[in-house]
Design a protein around this ligand. Structure first.
Ligand code: ATP
Ligand code: MG
Length: 482
């Protein structure tokens, strides 16, 4: 029995009534044994009988006492449970009873159930706490691997959290702890065009706002899209702000290219149209000789072709963007297509003072290709070679026949393409800036369309180029499509 076992008034009463007679009898027997000399076996028997009774009485007391103490504990704990439920929450307050009595067994069973319930509750609580901890952890990890720059600041703009993408975009070491630094120091808005104005607007309002920040003089120096949102959604009294920084450069360049293209296309449509109208009006009004008439007709025809080409480009571009550019394949003699494209380019090359050389094998297998698209692809490649080669240069077309592929090379001795632009020239609207050919008109669409057509045929269009030496474009067409 534990030393701090509680005793009750009931058990005290039983204790007094059991201990008193047992002690009295035992004491009396002991005194008699010690004082009186033993005279006969009868006297000895009587004394031992009394002593035996005392011992039996003490043993009985102990057994009953144990049971009574158990009842006392049960009584005490039940009254505690009745007074307060806090005993339930402390599993140690429920004391296990020793012994094998049904009271002890019943009580211990009850105590065990209570303990189990408490244990289950504590597991549930720790699981819930863990789950909450995990969700914070997941959000934190998501923020860290987000491709946009993310930062959280207090209302004064002092950083409390920033992710690695943020550090990369504002050009600081991602291992540096940014906590405590000023967001405005990171953004360096004052050094950027229109940045002072953006900073004032950010400081004068706490509403959600988005700004486009140009990093240098031109769009290609970089463009950010900066958004700031009150963290708890209360625009009038935010505790903190979430800042999102996105690299907007590609989108800004594409938007600029699109605007330029719309402007150029309008101009391109208007010029041939105006020429056609002017020449046809003159033809209908004036008296002129047959040669002049033919010249006027030729001009009208070439302006109409120019118009047609531009409309084709616009249509193909729209189909390419919608993913619906398709081929109209038929078996073709590729040498005939090459001849047609070269004949088309010959006058232009001569006009520009260039030599156009053609080296083709005597025959090529028939191939299933989209005739019109392959001709305009070749015209575009030869047109580029003519446009970007200075007078006196040379443009050469050659054909190489291999087991599975026909390769058509178009080489020039022109201005060449800078190495860092070799991938970009196949992007829509991309044009290299070279003052030597700034008078050459174009939309930056020809190669994008040409590459798409080559890929649709199961082939490819590749380039090799060296600045100031020349370029070599190769169209790879699989022969197996016959
Ligand atoms: P268009 O839409 O009328 O074809 P473009 O010729 O300018 O206009 P692309 O044919 O797509 O457009 O060519 C993209 C850019 O690649 C050109 O603007 C030019 O800067 C560069 N380029 C293409 N071919 C050559 C070449 N043979 N030599 C040098 N630069 C070239
Ligand atoms: Mg072109």
């Amino acid at each position: 029995m534990p030393s701090n076992t509680p005793t009750s008034s009931l058990s005290q009463m039983f204790l007094i009534w059991q201990v008193f007679p047992a002690f009295a009898v035992g004491l009396l027997a002991g005194v008699l044994l010690w004082l009186s000399p033993v005279t006969s076996p009868l006297q000895l028997g009587v004394l031992f009988g009394i002593l035996g009774l005392a011992i039996v009485s003490v043993v009985t007391f102990l057994l009953r006492h144990h049971r009574v103490m158990s009842l006392g504990i049960v009584e005490k704990q039940l009254s505690q449970l009745a007074e307060t439920s806090s005993a339930l929450s402390d599993s140690k307050a429920i004391v296990t009873l020793l012994g094998t009595s049904s009271v002890a067994a019943g009580w211990n069973l009850l105590a065990e159930r209570l303990r189990e319930r408490r244990w289950n509750e504590s597991i549930e609580q720790s699981l819930a706490a863990n789950a909450e901890g995990n969700s914070h952890d997941i959000v934190y990890r998501m923020a860290r691997c987000h491709i946009d720059g993310l930062a959280i600041t207090d209302r004064q703009g002092i950083i409390r959290f920033s992710n690695p993408a943020w550090a990369m975009m504002v050009d600081i070491d991602e291992k540096v702890n940014t906590s405590g630094q000023s967001i405005f120091e990171h953004l360096k808005l004052d050094a950027k065009a229109g940045g002072q104005d953006i900073r004032n607007r950010l400081q004068n309002t706490s509403s959600p706002s988005t700004h486009v920040v140009q990093l240098g003089r031109s769009l290609s120096d970089g463009v950010w899209r900066l958004a700031r949102i009150p963290l708890d959604g209360r625009a009038h009294d935010p505790e903190a702000f979430v800042w999102i920084l996105r690299d907007h450069t590609q989108q800004a360049l594409a938007e600029e290219a699109r605007d330029r293209f719309v402007g150029a296309a309008t101009h391109e449509l208007r010029t041939p149209l105006a020429n056609i109208l002017a020449y046809s009006e003159t033809l209908s009004n004036a008296e002129m000789d047959a040669d002049s008439q033919r010249e006027f007709f030729n001009t009208i025809s070439s302006e109409a072709l120019r118009l047609n080409r531009l409309l084709d480009q616009l249509l193909n571009l729209q189909q390419m963007e919608a993913g619906s550019l398709t081929l109209d394949r038929a078996p073709c003699d590729v040498l005939r297509l090459i001849e047609e494209a070269c004949d088309h380019m010959q006058p232009l090359a001569e006009k520009r003072g260039l030599k156009l050389d053609r080296r083709t094998p005597p025959n090529l297998p028939a191939m299933r290709v989209d005739k019109e698209k392959i001709i305009s692809l070749l015209i575009n490649l030869m047109g580029n070679a003519v446009k970007y080669t200075l007078p006196g240069g040379e443009v050469k077309l050659s054909v190489e026949l291999q087991a599975d592929f026909v390769r058509i090379h178009i080489e020039d001795t022109g201005i060449g393409i800078p190495e860092d632009a070799l991938d970009k020239i196949f992007e829509r609207f991309y044009r290299c800036q070279d003052p030597r050919t700034s008078d050459q008109v174009g939309n930056g669409l020809g190669l994008a369309l040409a590459k798409e057509v080559a890929l649709l045929h199961g082939g490819d269009l590749t380039v090799q180029s060296e600045i100031n030496k020349g370029s070599r474009f190769t169209l790879h067409l699989p022969t197996g499509t016959a």
